[in-house]
Design a protein around this ligand. Structure first.
Ligand code: PGA
Length: 251
């Protein structure tokens, strides 16, 4: 079993153009020989600058935090996938819980976005995760399974095999409360089991499943040590080059 390990930084609505370039340059400088692939998701306005800053380091890739589900048209203020590709974007985060909540993105809409991103040859980083209420009710595994089924299980095995998954329990995002290594492993093993049932063990074994939610230098190593945790999608701690480098080196 060998799958791609990834440390992804989701900068969210942080960093201006210059700050983005400085942060990306420092990370690219530090990530000379990592055990994982490094993926940076700056705001749209910094993509072009970050793209230049990481050029020449094949270990560092560029991601968008979202894209529109249509290829073009009268959608004021939106960004299409075809605008991202010439900037060197290779990954697109889809279904982040903040977009599900604030932008009312549904499982059905995310299925459409997934199809579009795959059709253009880019890699979706597909996020899933439950709220604290759902976990406390004991329904977290069913809830996450349903998110994945409704958005991804229309894909054939070949298309599905190109996706990266990020399990991000909502109660752990930006709260400082991290899922325990056992909680992350339990869910991510269940997710892989679900994929094995649908697509077979070979596809499931090859799928990269990241954990996200208050990953920090202090907890990355114990999270990444789990057999079904193939890296992290990191928010707050990815905004500091030194801290994110420590996370990159936690594998
Ligand atoms: P956090 O965010 O690391 O700040 O909790 C993770 C994410 O939302 O991707």
């Amino acid at each position: 079993m060998s799958r791609q390990l990834i440390a992804a930084g989701n900068w969210k609505m942080n960093t201006n153009y210059e700050e983005g370039i400085a942060l990306a340059s420092a990370i690219a400088e530090n990530a000379k020989d990592p055990k994982c692939l490094v993926v940076l998701a700056p705001p749209f306005t910094s993509l072009a600058g970050v793209s230049q800053a990481i050029k020449g380091n094949p270990n560092v890739k560029l991601a968008a935090q979202n894209c529109h589900e249509k290829e073009k048209g009268a959608y004021t203020g939106e960004i299409s996938i075809d605008m991202l590709i010439p900037l060197g974007v290779e990954y697109v985060i889809l279904g982040h819980s903040e977009r599900r909540e604030y932008n009312k993105e549904s499982n059905a809409l995310l299925a459409t976005k997934t199809d579009l991103v795959l059709s253009k040859g880019l890699t979706p980083i597909f996020c899933c995760g439950e709220s604290l209420d759902i976990r406390n009710a004991g329904n977290h595994i069913d809830f996450v399974a349903n998110q994945l089924k409704e958005s991804l299980f229309h894909l054939d095995a070949e298309a599905f095999g190109k996706i990266v998954i990020a399990y991000e329990p909502i109660w752990a995002i930006g709260t400082g409360v991290t899922a325990s290594p056992q909680q992350a492993q339990e869910m991510q093993a269940a997710i892989r089991g679900l994929f094995a049932d649908q697509y077979g063990a070979e596809v499931a074994d090859a799928t990269t499943i990241l954990y996200g939610g208050s990953v920090k230098p202090a907890n990355a190593e114990e999270l990444f040590a789990n057999p079904d945790v193939d890296g992290g999608l990191v928010g707050g701690a990815s905004l500091n080059a030194e801290g994110f480098t420590a996370i990159i080196n936690a594998f």
